[in-house]
Structure formats: structure tokens, C-alpha cells
Ligand binder design. Structure first.
Ligand code: ZN
Length: 162
């Protein structure tokens, strides 16, 4: 038998310790929770992308009575960016969430579907997307999406030729 560990390096900073541009991005993610349409979960999620141009693009979760139709905040922002800023790299994403009128004490990480969507954008653009997860007790930061998706699945995983 062989055994190994996979490690993820996470920095935890208080909002005041963030660089200005990251603090802005986190604030944008918090603001984005206000546009959430979440009458079913009552869980308001906001995401904010920092594009290579410096522009911030916001998204929030959009639910539907037919639950699977709903879209997470992360993909709402990511797909809007893909449709409206094609070819432009995403440098970072910040995520924040509110429940019962207050921001969560614990971080809200992207779901598995959003991790896969973010991973493909990161892979396609050939540069990492930094992840900033807001919580009332600190902002948890990783240097890439790949770090939180071990055993990643890419088009190349299927062994297909171009
Ligand atoms: Zn998701």
C-alpha cells in the first residue's frame, strides 16, 4: 500500500489586512448578496470576479421553484463574464453569503459544480484564479482553484485528440 497527503495552503486575513483591490473585491461580493433571488433556501450568496482589466463583475444566486434550474452566484458571475468579456482572464473571485440577515460566521466555499466551472476557466486561460472566501471571522485565501479540486477533471482526462 502507498499513502500520501494532499495539502492546501490557505491564508486567513482580517478584512483590514487585505490589499486594497482584494478588500474591494470582498466588499463587492458582500454587496452582491443583496441581489440574490433565494426565496427557497433563504441563503443569499454573492460572488465578485476581478477581471484582468481590473473590472469587477458581480453575481448572486438565482433560484427557481424547479430547484435544479437555479444557478449559483459563482456561475452567474462567471458565465456573464464569459458572455460579455470573452477572452479576458479572471484573476480572482470573492464569495460571501448571508443567512437570516447576517453574514455567515464560517466561509461559504463554491459547490462542486462551480469548482468544476471555475477550474475549466482557470485551465483555459492558463493562469490561476485566486479564491477569497469571506466570513465574519476572516477572509480565507487560496492561490488557485486547482488547489481546492484535487484529482481535477479536464477535457484531456478523456484522452481525446483535437
Ligand atoms: Zn455552485
Amino acid at each position: 500500500m502507498k499513502e500520501y497527503e494532499l495539502n492546501v495552503r490557505v491564508k486567513v486575513l482580517m478584512p483590514a489586512e487585505l490589499e486594497k483591490s482584494d478588500a474591494e473585491l470582498v466588499e463587492a461580493a458582500k454587496q452582491a448578496t443583496e441581489t440574490s433571488y433565494s426565496p427557497y433556501s433563504h441563503f443569499q450568496v454573492g460572488a465578485a470576479l476581478r477581471m484582468e482589466s481590473g473590472e469587477i463583475i458581480k453575481g448572486s444566486n438565482q433560484e427557481n421553484a424547479s430547484y435544479p434550474v437555479s444557478c449559483c452566484a459563482e456561475r452567474t458571475a462567471l458565465f456573464w463574464a464569459g458572455a460579455n468579456r470573452p477572452g479576458q482572464a479572471v484573476r480572482a473571485i470573492a464569495i460571501a453569503a448571508q443567512s437570516k440577515g447576517r453574514f455567515t460566521d464560517d466561509v461559504t466555499g463554491p459547490c462542486g459544480v462551480c469548482r468544476q466551472a471555475l477550474l475549466e476557466v482557470e485551465h483555459r486561460q492558463g493562469s490561476p484564479i485566486r479564491l477569497l472566501l469571506y466570513s465574519e471571522s476572516g477572509v480565507h485565501v487560496t492561490d488557485s482553484i486547482e488547489e481546492i479540486v484535487p484529482f481535477s477533471f479536464y477535457a484531456e482526462s478523456m484522452g481525446s485528440e483535437e
